[in-house]
Design a protein around this ligand. Structure first.
Ligand SMILES: [Zn+2]
Length: 281
C-alpha cells in the first residue's frame, strides 16, 4: 500500500483564524492530511498552547512536523550567530517534542566562502553536538536537513544525503522545488534518478519515510528567487507524483506554494487520479 499524506506549510489561507488550531480544523474540513508548523523567525510556543495543539492534531488524526526558524547558519563565522543558530534548532526540537511532532526540518547553513568540504565538516560537527544536547534532555526525534535552493547555500542533494548518512538520527527533507531551482527537472526520469539515488545512499527504507517540500518556484542563475504557485511556474509536479508512484514511496508532501492549500489539494487530487488509473493494491 502506498501512502502519501498531503499538507501545508503553515495555517491554510482559507482558515477563518490564524491559530494553528484553526488551521488544523480547516485542513480536516478541506480533506488534507498533515501540517508543518512554521517557526519563521523564532520559536514562540507556550507549553499550554502546545498541549492544546497536540490534542487537537491527535483528535483530528493530522500528524505534525515542525520547520525550524530560517535564520540558522551552522557554519557562521560569527560566534554569536552560531550560538543563536544552535539555540534556534534546539528550541524547534523542544517545541516539536511538546507538539508530538516527530520531524524537524531546517536549513543547515551557508558556505560563507569556505570550501564545500570544510562547510560539511563544520555542519556535521555542530549537528552531532546539537543531537547530543537534545537527547540529553530526553528528546528523540528526526532532524531533517532540507535540500536548499541557492548555490551559496549548503544543501545540494548529494551534500544532504552524505550528511544524513554520516550523522545518526538525521533524515532528509527533499525540497524538490529547491532542487528544480538549482538544476531543473524536465520529466519523470529526472525525478526517478534523484529518488533512486536517495534509496542507493540511504537504503530503500528511506523511500518509505520521505518528507517532501514542493511548490512552484522562480529561479535565476544563483538558484531560488521565490516560491510561486504551480500555475505560474514550470515545475512539473505531476511528473514528480508519477515518479513517487513508480517507486512506491510513502511519506508526507508539504506544499509551500503561496496559495498553500490550493496547490496541496491539487497535488492530492492528481495523486488520487494516478493511483486510480494504476490499481495495484
Ligand atoms: Zn525550508
Amino acid at each position: 500500500m502506498k501512502t502519501l499524506l498531503f499538507g501545508t506549510a503553515g495555517v491554510p489561507r482559507c482558515s477563518p483564524g490564524t491559530s494553528t488550531i484553526s488551521g488544523l480544523e480547516t485542513l480536516k474540513k478541506i480533506k488534507l492530511d498533515c501540517l508543518e508548523v512554521e517557526f519563521v523567525q523564532r520559536v514562540s510556543l507556550g507549553e499550554e498552547t502546545a498541549r492544546k495543539v497536540r490534542k487537537k492534531a491527535e483528535e483530528l488524526g493530522l500528524p505534525l512536523s515542525v520547520h525550524a526558524p530560517y535564520y540558522i547558519n551552522l557554519n557562521s563565522h560569527d560566534p554569536e550567530k552560531l550560538i543563536a543558530s544552535r539555540k534556534r534548532l534546539i528550541d524547534a526540537a523542544k517545541a516539536a517534542f511538546l507538539l508530538g511532532a516527530t520531524e524537524v526540518v531546517f536549513h543547515p547553513g551557508f558556505y560563507q566562502g569556505d570550501s564545500p568540504d570544510r562547510t560539511f565538516g563544520k555542519i556535521k560537527d555542530e549537528l552531532a553536538m546539537i543531537l547530543e544536547e537534545i537527547s540529553s534532555q530526553g528528546i528523540f526525534l528526526s532532524l531533517r536537513p532540507e535540500t536548499t535552493g541557492k548555490h551559496n547555500q549548503f544543501g545540494s542533494l548529494e551534500e544532504t544525503l552524505r550528511l544524513v548518512r554520516e550523522v545518526p538520527r538525521l533524515k532528509p527533507c527533499l525540497d524538490f522545488a529547491h532542487l528544480h531551482a538549482r538544476r531543473g527537472y524536465h520529466g519523470k526520469e529526472d525525478f526517478l534518478k534523484d529518488l533512486e539515488r536517495v534509496g542507493e545512499v540511504l537504503g530503500g527504507g528511506s523511500l518509505k519515510d520521505l518528507h517532501v517540500h514542493v511548490s512552484g518556484i522562480n529561479y535565476s542563475k544563483s538558484g531560488e528567487v521565490n516560491h510561486l504557485n504551480f500555475s505560474d511556474s514550470d515545475f512539473p509536479f505531476d511528473k514528480l507524483l508519477e515518479a513517487f508512484f513508480s517507486l512506491e514511496v510513502s511519506g508526507r508532501v508539504i506544499c509551500e506554494s503561496p496559495n498553500l492549500e490550493r496547490d496541496a489539494r491539487l497535488l492530492k487530487k492528481r495523486w488520487r487520479e494516478i493511483v486510480k488509473i494504476n490499481p495495484q493494491d
